[in-house]
Design a protein around this ligand. Structure first.
Ligand code: AMP
Length: 385
């Protein structure tokens, strides 16, 4: 007989867990431990960022029954740090333990075709798109969207991987071939003036709140910096928050979710992507938020009241990619010469170009002031003298 998930809120020192071993799992565990929970990770190997700080680990792939059984034995409630956990695994777990977000939320967000269909069905503004699952659909997409357009693989693309820009109609077939002709979404090119995101926390009772909108700057498709609150004016800021809260409600998501936007020159907000988990652009909430996005993830998972999404001060976060190690070990002391700089490293042993190794956060009187200081600190890491 299966024992169902426990009813009611979980209190410390209950044992809770995250599926995934990356930095998002690590920061979830650290937030859970700060609140007195025992926090574990389902991780592929023992040396992952999450495993290094976890009270306990279960090792193995997340779609393996023995691994899931071991996880269910140790954790009363389970969340995820990445969206590509199979729906079957989450359904199996949810019969036994609290699982948040639920499999339907992840199912929708782990595939671009399903995500776009969801946005269209709920009238959420987004870039024009067409499904591409055959040569005929590809030709129809180019006709409908024109060029430039972007081909994005429907599943398992992130940080710009699995994407090709198509500049001319004649290049479309080659671009699809480069990706291996998998099911794709073709997206019309958006001439955006800025990219932004809103992180939302939503409880099992449907109550939700949103952090202030963050302005995001990408380099080579990878997030480089986030600044909040974004200087986008009160109307766009409010619209972004309402849209993100609407998306969370329509998905019936429980936990933390991030909605990424393009902002066009005429002030329109188009949803680019939904991440059903904490997000890189929300890391600055660790220092700047009354509750961080990870605190909110713990609270929502455990059925506790959500914390405040207010920021105590404007803040900026800059990522530290493996590129920062190109000239040797970064000069940590130089970055920390600014007493307001907070350093986060994720415990990854091998720096590689484009690999997220850590981040810096700075709080300041203004978002721009915080960004300038965070960038300066990062630059000092790589100074020769
Ligand atoms: P994504 O993985 O979909 O978030 O895309 C990564 C980055 O590629 C985005 O942050 C944008 O900078 C750029 N990008 C993606 N889709 C489009 C588009 N339709 N138009 C213009 N730029 C795009």
């Amino acid at each position: 007989m299966t024992v169902g998930p426990r009813k009611g809120a979980l209190h410390p020192p209950a044992s809770i867990a995250v599926v995934g071993g990356g930095q998002l799992g690590r920061m979830f565990i650290q937030a859970a431990q700060a609140m007195g929970f025992r926090a574990g990770a389902l991780t592929l190997t023992p040396e992952t960022p999450a495993a290094q700080v976890a009270d306990w680990t279960v090792q193995g792939p997340s779609d393996d029954l023995a691994t899931l059984r071991a996880l269910a034995e140790r954790a009363e409630a389970v969340t995820v740090e990445f969206e590509n956990v199979s729906a079957a695994a989450l359904r199996w777990l949810a019969k036994r333990r609290i699982v948040r977000p639920g499999w339907r939320t992840l199912w929708t967000c782990q595939n671009r075709l399903r995500e776009k269909t969801f946005l269209a069905r709920h009238d959420v503004p987004h870039a024009p798109w067409r499904p591409v699952r055959s040569a005929d659909e590809l030709a129809a997409a180019v006709r409908a969207l024109g060029t430039p357009m972007v081909l994005k693989t429907s599943s398992s693309g992130y940080d710009g991987r699995g994407q090709v820009r198509v500049d001319a109609e004649a290049d479309a077939a080659d671009a699809w071939a480069i990706l291996g002709r998998p099911p794709c979404v073709a997206e019309g090119w958006v001439e955006f003036v800025a990219e932004a995101s809103v992180v939302v926390a939503r409880g099992g009772d449907g109550r939700a709140s949103a952090f202030p909108i963050a302005l995001n700057h990408h380099e080579r498709h990878i997030l480089d910096s986030s600044t909040a609150p974004a200087a986008v004016g009160p109307i766009v800021a409010q619209e972004a928050r309402e849209t993100a809260l609407g998306v969370a409600q329509a998905l019936d998501a429980v936990g933390v979710l991030c909605v990424e936007f393009f902002i066009t020159a005429d002030g329109r907000l188009l949803v680019n992507e939904i991440a059903p988990r904490p997000h890189n652009s929300g890391h600055l909430t660790i220092e700047a938020g009354l509750s961080s996005q990870f605190d909110q993830q713990v609270r929502a998972l455990c059925g506790l009241p959500l914390g405040s999404c207010d920021l105590v001060r404007p803040a900026a976060m800059v990522n530290l990619l493996g590129d920062v190690w190109a000239g040797g070990e970064p000069r940590w002391g130089r970055a920390l010469e600014d007493p307001g700089v907070k350093l986060h490293l994720y415990g990854k042993h091998t720096p590689k170009p484009g690999r997220k190794m850590g981040h810096l956060t700075v709080l300041d009187e203004t978002p721009d002031g915080a960004l300038t200081r965070a960038r300066e600190a990062r630059r000092r890491l790589m100074e020769k003298n």
